[in-house]
Design a protein around this ligand. Sequence first.
Ligand code: FES
Length: 111
Amino acid sequence: MITDTKWTSLGSIDNFPLHLGTCVKVGDTQIAVFHLPTEGKWYAVQNLNPINERMVLSRGMVGDENGVPYVACPLHKHHFALETGMCLNDPTYTIQTFPIKEEGGELIIAA
Ligand code: FES
C-alpha cells in the first residue's frame, strides 16, 4: 500500500534559532523543532514529555551523548534521542519523532 506523506510548511528557516528549540503547532499537536547547524540537521519531536505529561521539550537544551544528539527535558533532565525518540535514561519511555526538512529556505514537516 502506498501512503502519501502530508507535508506542512512551517515558514522560513530564519524563524528558527540555532541550537535552541522552537514550539510549533500542527493541527492539534505541539511539536518541538531543533536545528543543529554543526550537523546540518533539523529534528522534530513531540513537545510533550511523557514522564510527567508537560509540554516542555522545546525548552530543553540539546547535547550529544556518545554521538547521539538529544534534547534534555528542562524539568528532570531526562535525555531523549532526537533521531529515534528513545529516552536514553529510561528506555521504557519514547517520544514521537517527525520527518522534517528544509527546501528552498522553507522548513516543512510531515505531521
Ligand atoms: S518531567 Fe521531563 S524529565 Fe522529568
